[in-house]
Ligand binder design. Structure first.
Ligand code: NAD
Length: 319
């Protein structure tokens, strides 16, 4: 039986990745500061560890038989939506860098064979609406829009340096905005799709919904099952360096609101308010991940149809 370690297994993508690995027949250890908030973990073993501490990383990467894991998936990060990225830049740069520095070092040193790192589309520069799509090499010359992106670039480079110097295979995905059930939906770390689903669930039919910025920023949103599939394919591929993973359905923030309102069967009026928006637009080529046979299967509307009811239920229970 193959064994895998998932760091950040108490978080949104990590907890879904654990489910995917279990379906693929793996024995899985999850590690995080906290257990998943919204359902029981499916990991065979769950360790509560602070991965900023080197000795915890050293413990995590050795399996129950004290052998290095064949596969390590590093998704632990100090992370949130634009509001959090904008306000907590020191925490993000310190905490995530410490985790990434110690995790790749401990993994390479212990003899881990495969190491996956979750990078982000935030490594790219700002773009204007209707620009041509960027490919992975266009991350350089580097000019990320926020410190979260700079930390990701540093962590990518660090992992690639270890891949050159140690016998460890490193795979790096640059995720676009990902959403789905069991993701953070309130509290300040939620991302745009979850925040807007919550606001629409809370709104009266015909009511008003506040949207940060002027609603024209362009993004593509990827449903969690598509992302988990992409991570698994990439980890078992020969693709080195950063690989974009995301759906190629570009929408403005106002169009995202409209899609959610349609699924919710509510009429809502958009009220644009001041708030951190991030870059104006993001357009990325997906040729590399597609070369592995990956395609995003969930349209934005299909993904929202699976996400909105879950958030509506959370709002009804706890809102
Ligand atoms: P998340 O916040 O839900 O999960 C991250 C997990 O890391 C959390 O459970 C958190 O408790 C854990 N963590 C934080 N500090 C830790 C520490 N010191 N020790 C152990 N665990 C710690 O975020 P997510 O959306 O699941 O993101 C997972 C990864 O994907 C992150 O690296 C993130 O930067 C990247 N990413 C996510 C998106 C997205 O749209 N969600 C987009 C681009 C990149």
């Amino acid at each position: 039986m193959k064994e895998a370690l998932v760091c950040g297994a108490g978080g949104f993508i990590g907890s879904h990745l654990v489910k995917k690995l279990k379906k693929e027949g793996y024995w899985v250890r999850g590690v995080d500061l906290k257990k998943p908030e919204f359902s029981e973990t499916e990991a065979d073993e769950f360790m509560l560890l602070d991965l900023r501490e080197p000795e915890n990383c050293e413990r995590a990467v050795l399996s129950r038989r004290q052998k290095p894991f064949e596969e390590v998936y590093q998704l632990a990060a100090d992370m949130g939506g634009m509001g959090y990225i904008d306000s907590a830049e020191c925490d993000i740069m310190r905490n995530s860098a410490l985790i990434n520095i110690h995790m790749i070092h401990s993994s390479a040193n212990a003899g881990v064979k495969g190491y996956f790192f979750s990078s982000s589309a935030c490594v790219y520069r700002d773009m204007q609406a209707d620009e041509d799509e960027l490919s992975e090499e266009d991350a350089y010359p580097a000019f990320p829009d926020n410190e979260y992106g700079w930390e990701k670039l540093y962590a990518e480079r660090m992992a690639m340096a270890y891949a050159r110097r140690y016998d460890i295979k490193v795979r790096i995905a640059r995720f676009q905005n990902c959403y789905g059930p069991e993701g953070t939906w309130r509290g300040g770390r939620e991302k745009a799709p979850a925040a807007l689903c919550r606001k629409i669930a809370e709104a009266e039919n015909g009511g008003e919904v506040e949207v940060w910025g002027d609603g024209t920023a362009v993004r593509a949103y990827t449903y969690i099952d598509d992302l988990a599939e992409g991570i698994f394919l990439l980890m078992h591929s020969d693709l080195e360096n950063g690989v974009n993973i995301g759906r190629q359905e570009y929408v403005t923030v106002d169009e995202l609101v409209q899609t959610i309102a349609e699924v919710a069967e509510k009429d809502v009026k958009i009220k644009h308010v001041k708030g951190p928006v991030g870059v104006m637009a993001r357009y990325f080529k997906k040729d590399r991940i597609r070369s592995l046979g990956w395609e995003s299967e969930f349209s934005l509307k299909d993904g929202i149809k699976r996400t909105y009811p879950w958030i509506k239920e959370q709002v009804a229970k706890y809102g």
